[in-house]
Write a protein that binds this ligand. Structure first.
Ligand SMILES: [Zn+2]
Ligand SMILES: [Zn+2]
Length: 300
């Protein structure tokens, strides 16, 4: 299983020099395994991915697009995704079942008031599929599971498994210790719902080679904005340690955090948690990695 970061920035794209090393595009991760193309989230990073998939006039490959949730930074790149404009293209969009249809939400952001090409006029074959929580779905040779996270509305993390290698994508997510943000009927027991959502994180990350995690906040920022629905790197380390995961990628970087600050944060985390059997990395736009059972290596 190989994966590449095309967008690593949270909330909105950043085009300023302070974010040029980690990258300024909003979330998009490409996963390739057994010849299948799986994309997680359609932030602005998906635009360049679409161009790369069709470089030299190539026929677009069949694509499975997993959507964590429909906050704008996770779907705003889709109207600019080149394979959607090719009649040979076939895009299957997946998400956890939600009250409004995913197709309707995608169509909404391409209504004529917002974008000149309505979703219905895209020439590709476009299909939408619901996932049930915890249900295992085969996308080619990759086993995919979605589980609910503590974030506004309906948000899911993903666990992708291929030949013993596991990648977990946990974004966007708030800690389970303070407040419930997910739209869930708790039947009066919020604490139990929060505990269940935390167990979901552990199940997604269970002995994963790679965990890609929403580390938008520093602990100080989190204290002031607990209701925003994001976590800190310390939260990510705790989940990875308890789940026995091997590599943590800090992701959904705060758009106001300059590269230097992100690099200092990474260095201090590596020093503080060097006893853990966990390697910590920062997700960098353009970097790709290969997962083998028990280890990962940088491709480029
Ligand atoms: Zn986000
Ligand atoms: Zn969000």
């Amino acid at each position: 299983l190989e994966f590449r970061f095309w967008g690593v920035r949270g909330s909105y794209p950043v085009a300023r020099p302070h974010a040029s090393r980690l990258g300024g595009n909003t979330p998009c991760v490409q996963v390739q395994a057994g010849g299948r193309q799986i994309i997680i989230d359609a932030g602005t990073g998906i635009r360049r991915l679409g161009q790369a998939l069709m470089a030299g006039g190539a026929c677009p490959p069949p694509i499975s697009l997993l959507i964590s949730h429909t906050h704008w930074d996770h779907i705003q790149g889709f109207p600019h995704f080149a394979p959607a404009y090719d009649a040979r293209g076939h895009i299957a969009v997946w998400s956890l079942r939600r009250p409004q249809s995913l197709a309707g939400l995608f169509s909404g952001q391409q209504e004529l008031d917002f974008f000149p090409v309505p979703l219905e006029r895209l020439p590709c074959r476009l299909e939408f599929f619901d996932l049930q929580e915890g249900e295992a779905v085969d996308i080619g040779p990759v086993l995919v599971r979605a589980r609910r996270l503590n974030h506004a509305g309906v948000t899911s993390g993903y666990r992708l498994q291929h030949e013993g290698g596991v990648l977990a994508y946990i974004c966007d997510v708030a800690p389970s210790r303070d407040m419930l943000l997910a739209d869930i009927d708790t039947r009066g027991d919020e604490r139990r719902t929060l505990d269940r959502l935390f167990q979901n994180q552990l199940a997604l990350a269970d002995r994963a080679e790679v965990v890609i995690y929403d580390t938008f906040f520093t602990p100080e920022e989190y204290q002031e904005r607990r209701h925003w629905g994001h976590s800190t790197a310390e939260d990510a380390v705790e989940v990875c340690r308890r789940a026995g995961a091997r590599n943590l990628f800090l992701f959904h970087h705060n758009p106001d955090r300059p590269d230097e600050a992100a690099e200092r944060l990474l260095e201090s985390l590596r020093q503080r948690f060097q006893d853990a059997d966990l390697a910590i990395h920062a997700a960098v736009e353009g970097q790709s990695w290969r997962i083998r059972p028990g280890e990962i290596e940088r491709c480029e």
